[in-house]
Design a protein around this ligand. Structure first.
Ligand SMILES: CC(C)(COP(=O)(O)OP(=O)(O)OC[C@H]1O[C@@H](n2cnc3c(N)ncnc32)[C@H](O)[C@@H]1OP(=O)(O)O)[C@@H](O)C(=O)NCCC(=O)NCCS
Length: 184
């Protein structure tokens, strides 16, 4: 795939999708700082901690993370990544994370960036992509994943907690990646 790639969102906003680059560190920090506290809590990483974003940047090119960003103008407005183990019994699985800036949600940006990430996962030889979603909190993500042929494989009942201690189910979804016809 050739990057940067232009996409046009539902409301005609033009965005660019490309792999995360080292120069994006400040803009990536700004994206995570702009997310509502509620979204960040359920991401399970403290993404407003500069060290966490620095680790994302440091992982570029090391082989165990594929990271894509979307930009509108010079702002990073979405980040999606596939984490890979590189060794062992789950080496064939990529684990998905995604965040889109609130004001750009429901305009198809998440879908665009995921489609590219899925293709990159296939190019890496992955068989499956796994994503874990909090039921009742990340329902938009569950719906977006379902539309991309992710299916529910398990639910961990009342596994996660809100900051106030309310428990929610964690739903594990998988997408199977099929090789291109040419591989047969
Ligand atoms: C989940 C998320 C990435 C979706 O990104 P997005 O750019 O808004 O998604 P899209 O516009 O491509 O939507 C794709 C589909 O998802 C569903 N969807 C998106 N937002 C929705 C919402 N608020 N409510 C219900 N369904 C929604 C719709 O079915 C939509 O298809 P449609 O456009 O044909 O209606 C975004 O909401 C987000 O960043 N959420 C917070 C972080 C998060 O939950 N991450 C997932 C955990 S890894």
């Amino acid at each position: 795939m050739r990057y940067p790639k232009e996409v046009v969102l539902k409301d005609k906003t033009e965005a660019i999708i490309r792999p995360l680059e080292k120069k994006d560190e400040t803009k990536l920090r700004e994206l995570y700082a702009a997310l509502p506290e509620k979204d960040r809590w359920f991401m399970r990483h403290d993404v407003v901690n500069p060290d966490v974003v620095h680790r994302m940047i440091a992982a570029i090119g090391k082989g165990n993370v594929l990271s894509m960003v979307a930009l509108v103008g010079d702002r990073v407005v979405a980040h999606a990544s596939l984490l890979m183990r590189g060794y062992g019994c789950t080496r064939h699985v990529g684990r998905l994370r995604i965040a889109v800036m609130p004001e750009l949600r429901h305009k198809r940006l998440g879908t665009w960036i995921l489609l590219d990430l899925i293709q990159l996962g296939m190019d890496q030889g992955l068989d499956d992509i796994r994503a874990d979603f909090v039921v009742g909190i990340e329902d938009a993500a569950i719906e977006a994943a379902r539309k991309l042929d992710f299916f529910k494989v398990a639910v961990l009942p009342e596994y996660v907690k809100s900051p106030r201690g309310t428990r929610y189910d964690l739903q594990i979804m998988i997408k199977r990646l099929h090789r291109n016809w040419g591989d047969f």
